[in-house]
Design a protein around this ligand. Structure first.
Ligand code: SIN
Length: 266
């Protein structure tokens, strides 16, 4: 058996994992090493993992309980699996703005495991990931202090592929989240779901949120992942935002996401 390898892609975020076949049952030590790399690099990538849905689910389940998305259509036989698809008939695609997943829930997911099986030509359809640790670390200490202990409200708005409820789900979270496993601080507002910072006027809240959204777009915090067939991205939703590019229309991009459920302590 090959030893597992962890190759950083940028100094701040992202690493590629090699020497592991995710179709096989993994040893406790391998799961521990993958988890360690995931926590350190925030998003990790695997190549050439031709998994069945059952194997995809079994791999993700080694890192926590699985999440069933409240408003996105699931795979017909596997409620834990969300189908990600765009083609010549698509008018919009899921995830093409910066966001963390499902932050309109009280306990947002801790992470996601996305596997793509059909990739657009010429490097199209890359996913960008931004480190919220780096985004936080590069704010001035005075602004960090201002944001500390602030609370923001999050709500599900109108989004492609989401069922629209009369009373959309909503939740409140700290603007600066201390990661429960690493102890590092990161920005936890996102333009997908955050509506307002509490206790500020609407204009103040808007100005600060817009500033933070521009700040996280700094390429110095990013890794851009170019997909190949059967590659996997596994991100930590507590300290990473992501954006799916849509530069490949009318080509097809297809895959499956399994999401790790959050809890009050995660
Ligand atoms: C997502 O937001 O989970 C989709 C990301 C992608 O399609 O690259």
């Amino acid at each position: 058996m090959n030893a597992i390898t962890v190759t950083p892609i940028t100094p701040r975020i992202g690493a590629e994992i090699g020497g592991v076949d995710l179709r096989e049952e993994l040893s406790e030590e391998t799961v521990r090493l993958i988890r360690e790399a995931w926590l350190e690099h925030q998003v990790i990538f695997f190549r050439d993992q031709d998994l069945t849905h059952e194997q995809h689910i079994a791999f993700a389940a080694q890192f926590g309980e699985l999440h069933i998305h409240p408003t996105v259509q699931h795979h017909p036989e596997h409620p834990e699996v969300i189908v990600i698809h765009a083609d010549a008939n698509s008018r919009q695609v899921a995830g093409d703005g910066w966001h963390s997943d499902v932050t309109f829930e009280k306990n947002p997911p801790v992470g996601s495991v996305l596997r793509l099986t059909e990739i657009p030509p010429d490097g199209g359809g890359a996913t960008l990931f931004s480190s919220m640790y780096s985004a936080y670390d590069t704010l001035s200490p005075a602004f960090q202090e201002f944001l500390e202990d602030r609370i923001a409200s999050h709500r599900l708005g109108k989004l492609p592929g989401h069922r629209q409820d009369e009373n959309p789900p909503s939740a409140q979270h700290p603007v600066i989240l201390t990661h429960p496993e690493t102890g590092r601080k990161g920005i936890f507002v996102n333009q997908g779901f955050t509506k307002r910072i509490e206790d500020l006027s609407r204009d103040e809240s808007q100005a600060i949120l817009q500033y933070l959204y521009r700040h996280i777009e700094n390429p110095n915090f990013h890794v851009r992942f170019h997909w190949t067939e059967n590659s996997i991205a596994m991100w930590d939703n507590r300290c990473v935002q992501h954006l799916a590019t849509w530069d490949y229309f009318p080509a097809t991009r297809h895959g499956y996401r399994v999401t790790l459920k959050g809890s009050p302590n995660s």
